[in-house]
Design a protein around this ligand. Structure first.
Ligand SMILES: [Zn+2]
Length: 230
């Protein structure tokens, strides 16, 4: 068992600063340990620092830490090795989500932890569909299975808040199930060596890399052939 630091962070308007307190939460600590063992093995490397979990109580604090007006859907995010989560009890009042079950809440923590590994490996969150698709697929945040795969490749350098969460995970899953974990990790390792700098050229470099690793062109026709075949 590794010690997981769990903190609450609350923006105090009067003081004009964050009030940070360490708390104990055995359940979160146990789950984090379980996820770290699984993700070390999946990604094939250990994180250099032990991730922390930071619980925030309200939208005010989220916006203060993110230095932006965040979407009311934002309930978790990462910064380096820090996972941030809105307090489960505050979903109804501080987010557009209904209160999550504990299972959904832990799946979201795991989703964010997958982002920590992805970011440490690749040093950027692109392609966005692969960034979100990997997190949703590995955290077991099951969405209804679509009839076909569409729309997710459009989220390459940025979010569209739709198919990259709902559809891309099914493509990630089919890649892992049909070609294996090792090939998927090879894709990520090779991705870590190329630049993804929001230019069309760098997007093309990714498509070439994908074709080199999987030996088929990345497009919806091929994605669906894979998805629909028995
Ligand atoms: Zn995410």
């Amino acid at each position: 068992m590794v010690k997981i630091y769990i903190r609450t962070q609350r923006y105090d308007e009067k003081e004009g600063k964050l009030i940070i307190e360490n708390i104990e939460n055995k359940e979160i600590e146990d789950k984090m340990n379980e996820y770290i063992i699984e993700l070390d093995e999946f990604f094939g490397f250990k994180l250099k620092e032990t991730p922390t979990v930071n619980i925030v109580p309200d939208r005010k604090t989220i916006n203060y830490i993110r230095k932006a007006e965040t979407r009311s859907h934002t309930i978790g995010w990462i910064s380096g090795y820090n996972v941030f989560m809105l307090d489960l009890d505050k979903f109804d009042t501080e987010s557009a989500h209904k209160r999550y079950s504990l299972k959904e809440y832990f799946a979201t923590i795991k989703h964010e932890l997958v982002h920590v590994y992805f970011y440490q490996l690749i040093k950027n969150p692109y392609p966005t569909w692969l960034w979100e698709g990997t997190s949703v697929a590995l955290s077991g945040q099951y969405k209804p299975k679509p009839e076909k795969l569409s729309g997710f490749l459009e989220s390459h350098f940025g979010h569209n808040y739709g198919p990259e969460y709902m559809i891309a995970p099914f493509f990630v899953k089919v890649l892992i199930n049909k070609y294996g974990r090792d090939k998927f990790i090879l894709l990520l390792n090779e991705l870590s060596k190329i630049k993804q700098d929001k230019t069309e050229e760098s997007k093309k470099v990714f498509y070439d890399l994908f074709q080199r690793v999987y030996e088929f062109e990345l497009n919806y026709e091929n994605a669906n052939k894979l998805f629909l075949e028995k």
